[in-house]
Design a protein around this ligand. Structure first.
Ligand SMILES: [Zn+2]
Length: 180
């Protein structure tokens, strides 16, 4: 897990501080080189109470869908979590009945028959694959968080627990602004 993490960030040519989405794009490109298949990063708006991240494997390409309405810092953490599912080749996990429709809902242009497997991220999922993915996410965040801009940001309620946990793990506590 540490080796994968190091391989993903090694010799990345980026300006610091890096825009979080640019960083994710670079990491996806790196991931794509490792897999020999394109890895696409897409920002979408997930339905409430569904998920914040989703990996769709079509057999020839990978789509990492990430919640748009959260902080840049959280978007990197969400995508890092999905990276581990891809790297470990996890099967269809954390996918509830309603989630079967998520790819179609979030990516209407995607042909459902090409979806080989989907993995949804659940904040409160206790199975081992989810725990591994969370751990990998915190490993990667420990490496890249210092490259990200320090900023004020707000986090939706459903994501706050995860972000708090990650911040505590990393000893990183940016000032948080509450909107509304
Ligand atoms: Zn997951």
């Amino acid at each position: 897990m540490r080796r994968t993490c190091t391989a993903l960030v090694r010799d990345l040519e980026i300006d610091i501080p890096v825009n979080p989405d640019d960083l994710v794009e670079r990491l996806c490109a790196r991931m794509g080189e490792r897999l020999g298949q394109p890895v696409h990063y897409l920002l979408v708006r997930f339905p409430p109470e569904s998920a914040t991240g989703l990996w769709i494997d079509t057999g020839t390409a990978h789509y990492l869908l990430c919640e748009r309405d959260t902080s840049g810092w959280h978007r990197v953490a969400i995508t890092a979590h999905e990276f581990w599912h891809v790297e470990a080749g996890h099967g269809s996990l954390g996918v509830g009945v309603g989630d079967r429709d998520l790819p179609q809902l979030l990516l209407p242009s995607l042909d459902p028959s090409t979806v080989a497997r989907i993995v949804a991220q659940r904040t409160y999922c206790s199975n081992q694959a989810e725990q591994e993915a969370e751990f990998f996410s915190s490993l990667l965040m420990a490496k890249v968080s210092r490259w990200l801009p320090r900023q004020s940001w707000s986090v939706p309620d459903h994501a706050a627990a995860l972000v708090d946990r990650l911040e505590t793990t990393l000893g990183h506590r940016p000032a948080r602004r509450q909107d509304g």
